[in-house]
Design a protein around this ligand. Structure first.
Ligand code: CP
Ligand code: NVA
Length: 305
């Protein structure tokens, strides 16, 4: 039977708990023996591509990578026909797509195939799994219960990464505060959807003040001001988001917070070198846990087959 990992929101708390467990369980080496995994990238990627390949290989599966120019989703042929074609060689298709809605179309075309979202314009769920593992590793030696009651501030442009991160954290009882200017904040409907996933007292709050967002925060997270596909808005975004930079002065407002960033970082824009390279920075732990996250998701999918 297929399993889908398209967003944190659509994955049950029980399944997420299993994914977190499997992410850190010892690797047997042959768990994906004979399993074909296709990786499709409609956007550039370093970490997601490298960690996905590494995870499939560590589990003994076969991996093939296809980029935008080779496939042309809805250009050279329809997303449905791409899915039907890849289903002939792969039981799992992991894709980074421009439009989130493509997943539903591909799943409808080949319901027997398992799909993993490797980032869309709306969500980045494998990143959120890695971030949860990173925070739990830092604050609780890997114990997810350590995230209950923890305050995590997200500062800057509220992105695909923000939505997935906040949804994952609120389900583990954390308090999420998102500091972003007007026009770059989570929508009311996004906040409502995230809130609906609250467990164990988890909360979400939004503010248009970066300083207010980080008061009392144990961790500060930021992401690029110019997500992939928004390059034409670069100049305007740099102006609008300038006072939301994660720099030493902002970090000093909180109490020695951990620093997180999904990367790639635009040093000197959303975050300074000083903060990104500080002892409080967990960014390389996040990268390391991208492979853990993929191990967890792939093994969880295999459990259903
Ligand atoms: N964080 C992340 O997804 O990095 P890449 O875009 O390099 O894959
Ligand atoms: N918000 C960023 C995340 C990159 C990993 C983007 O979508 O480009």
């Amino acid at each position: 039977m297929s399993r889908q990992f398209i967003s944190i929101n659509e994955t049950s708390h029980v399944d997420l708990a299993r994914i977190y467990d499997l992410a850190l369980a010892p690797v047997q080496g042959d768990e994906l023996a004979g399993v074909g995994v296709s990786l499709v990238f409609e956007r550039p990627s370093l970490r997601t591509r490298a960690s996905s390949i590494s995870a499939v290989q560590r589990l003994g599966g076969n991996v093939a990578v296809f980029t935008k120019d080779e496939i042309g989703l809805d250009e050279r042929e329809s997303a449905e026909d791409v899915a039907r074609t890849l289903a002939q060689t792969s039981t799992i298709v992991a894709a980074r797509v421009r439009n989130h809605d493509v997943f539903a179309r591909m799943i409808n075309a080949t319901p027997e195939t398992s799909f993993i979202n490797l980032l869309s314009n709306e969500t980045h769920p494998t990143q959120a799994v890695a971030d949860v593992l990173t925070l739990a590793g830092h604050f609780g030696g890997g114990d997810l219960a350590s995230l209950r009651g923890l305050t995590v501030a997200y500062v800057g442009d509220a992105t695909n990464v923000t939505r997935s991160l906040a949804t994952a954290l609120i389900g583990l009882g954390a308090h999420v505060v998102v500091g972003a200017p007007d026009g770059y904040q989570l929508s009311e409907s996004a906040v409502a959807l995230i809130s609906s996933r609250s467990q164990l007292g988890g909360t979400i709050r939004v503010t248009d003040s970066a300083h207010e967002a980080v008061l009392g925060a144990r961790a500060i997270y930021t992401d690029s001001w110019i997500s992939m596909g928004l390059e034409a808005e670069s100049a305007q975004r740099r102006r609008d988001l300038a006072s939301f930079q994660v720099n030493a002065e902002l970090v000093a407002t909180a109490d020695s917070p951990a620093i997180l960033h999904c990367l790639p970082a635009h040093r000197g824009e959303e975050i300074t070198d000083e903060v990104l390279d500080s002892e409080q920075s967990l960014v390389w732990e996040e990268v390391r846990h991208r492979t853990s996250a993929m191990l967890g998701v792939l093994r969880w999918m295999k459990e259903s087959q």
